[in-house]
Ligand binder design. Structure first.
Ligand code: N01
Length: 542
């Protein structure tokens, strides 16, 4: 590179994606510095240390696939490891690749600005210091800005409050405590199953009941480890050829659910429920999430399981989900519904009795009941997808921020979720239009490898800027919206469309197409290598 810059690239975020990006940049011979607000590596697994946090897909496919050595020398203890083990894996990879020397922790990047004359980014690293780089690569996650309901009087509460995604790194003692969990998404469900076993009393404040699929968590034996090591040479291919990047899930009956009789279907669903392999239930037939009548059959089956498991009929009724199963991000857990049979667990249906206020003693619902509490746990999710990037003042060529460019989501446009018109030489790895239904780690690898190819291409051609064209953005965004409109997600309220936060504009914040189509788009976009400039607009170095 010929510019006078501090680093060829600045990467933000020391989670799975940022760390891999840093590794690829260094391997390709570029100078790079990574900044993270946290005190150590881990990204989402650093912050989300709430009780019960664990991987909800088999870790066999929730790890990097680029290095046989890394794979060979790591041993997962269980199929779905807990948060601390995943964090240990990330630290292990960081140390193995000796990445720490190019990482600065405890540094929140609040703003960055593109200089169109110098073709460089100036990044504010705090304490009155800035650094410059040619490339700017935010990898700051898409569920990393916490959201919590504004409860009148919360500041008066004498107990402790926590958000699952900002959990303290010291243990929180629930023994003898009266605890509330607000929210029943993936985080809430995991926290509820864990806290219910420890707290004196747990009250769950639920806005929308969830379909929660059972999952067992077998230990990984030596035989299994050997098999995984032996299968490594095909791991990446198997992951990338699978419809969601998770080759452990297979369509068990490769035809419509409606082709079986009710009896056959229910026997099939029951067998899968007993297998307890989480998301596998969604693959019972080919059409559960694309045909509403097929969807109704599995939804009714799960409601039947709730009635069967939960002994108190009032609790059971309040736990009944009615939305299209799979329309929200699926949730899996061990013994979630069983938790409600514990005498120390109560459930408040917020649709019937919303929270009115918080007093110094606890939460008061609209029916006047005061729920006395020592601890309130917010498991209330995130300002997802655009939240992290829009919350950082990233100014492009014209001086406008991403938040302004996207008009808070009303005018959300990206190219592949990675490049953005008006923001040259910037690549976002986990931003909006990131695929929501595919294995996030596999997607991270696809994007980071595309980014390094693109940088290599730009450098070989002596380009000053690489930037999405308006046509590229329009085309990709139209594809995201078209796929979204046709999907189950268009007809369900969730963070996928911003419906979890009152007032957030409705949009398809993520890509909901299949992993193959997604990769095809990336593959086709590599025609920039032949110097066909579409859909990247390339400016020759002066
Ligand atoms: O957040 P969520 P999350 N008053 O948005 C409720 C990943 N993840 O942190 O459904 C009352 O899913 C809200 O209700 P509703 C995964 O991708 C992965 O649980 O909007 N309640 C919902 O019940 C996941 O999807 C793992 O009506 C309010 C809950 O809070 C994503 O992170 C583990 C409310 C929020 O659920 C987010 O999960 C954990 C209000 N004002 C998370 N606002 C793995 O295992 C919101 N809620 C890998």
């Amino acid at each position: 590179m010929n510019q006078q810059v501090d680093f060829d690239a600045v990467v933000v975020g020391a989670g799975f994606s940022g760390l891999y990006m840093l590794h690829l940049l260094r391997e390709a011979g570029y100078s790079a510095q990574l900044y993270d607000a946290a005190g150590d590596v881990g990204g989402t697994w650093y912050w989300n240390q709430y009780p019960g946090a664990r991987c909800d897909v088999p870790a066999e496919f929730y790890n990097y696939t680029f290095s046989e050595e890394i794979h060979r020398d790591w041993k997962w203890s269980a199929v779905y490891p807990e948060q601390d083990e995943i964090l240990s894996y990330i630290k292990y990879v960081t140390d193995k690749l000796d990445l720490r020397k190019d990482i600065q922790f405890n540094t929140r990047i609040t703003d960055a600005k593109y200089d169109p004359e110098a073709h460089t980014w100036t990044v504010n690293v705090g304490g009155g210091r800035t650094v410059t780089s040619k490339y700017f690569i935010p990898a700051i996650g898409n569920v990393s800005v916490p959201h919590a309901p504004a409860i009148p009087g919360l500041d008066k509460f004498r107990g402790q409050t926590y958000h699952t995604s900002q959990w303290p790194h010291e243990p929180v003692d629930f023994k003898g405590k009266r605890v509330a969990v607000i929210g029943t998404g993936s985080s809430g469900v995991q926290a509820i199953t864990a806290i219910s076993k420890e707290a004196e009393h747990l009250t769950v404040f639920q806005r929308t009941p969830q379909y929660v699929m059972p999952v067992e968590n077998p230990k990984v034996g030596e035989d299994d480890l050997e098999r995984r090591r032996a299968e490594f040479p095909t791991l990446r291919k198997r992951v990338r050829e699978h419809i969601v990047g998770m080759p452990c899930f297979d369509v068990r009956k490769p035809y419509s659910a409606l082709e079986d009789t009710e009896d056959e279907r229910n026997r099939h669903y029951e067998a899968l429920w007993q297998e307890a392999k989480g998301f596998q239930m969604l693959y019972a037939y080919t059409d559960l999430t694309i045909n509403d009548d097929a969807n109704a059959t599995i939804a009714e089956f799960v409601r039947g399981k709730i009635r069967e498991i939960v002994k108190d009929p009032v609790k059971a009724e309040n736990l009944m989900p009615t939305y299209l199963l799979g329309g929200k991000r699926p949730v899996v857990a061990t013994n979630y519904y069983e938790s409600y049979n514990r005498e120390n667990v109560d459930l408040v249906n917020l649709k019937k009795t919303p929270i009115a206020e918080c007093t110094e003693n606890g939460l008061v619902t609209a029916d006047g009941t005061e729920h006395e509490l020592d601890i309130i746990v917010f498991a209330s999710g995130f300002d997802a997808m655009i939240g992290p990037l829009a919350g950082t003042k990233i100014r492009g060529r014209e001086g406008i921020t991403l938040k302004e460019k996207w008009d808070d989501g009303r005018n959300l446009k990206t190219y592949l979720g990675v490049c953005h018109v008006g923001f040259p030489n910037m690549f976002t790895i986990t931003g909006p239009h990131f695929p929501l239904t595919a294995n996030a780690l596999a997607v991270n690898e696809v994007i980071a490898e595309w980014v390094i190819d693109c940088i290599e291409h730009a450098e070989k051609q002596g380009l000053a800027e690489v930037e999405a064209t308006p046509e590229g953005e329009e085309d990709w965004t139209a594809h995201v919206n078209e796929v979204g409109e046709q999907s189950i997600y268009a007809r369900t309220d969730s963070w996928y469309t911003g419906a979890n936060i009152e007032g957030k504009p409705r949009a398809f914040y993520g890509y909901t197409g299949d992993f193959q189509t997604y990769q095809d788009r990336f593959e086709k976009s590599k025609d920039y290598k032949a110097l066909a400039v579409k859909p990247l607009q390339q400016v020759e170095t002066t």
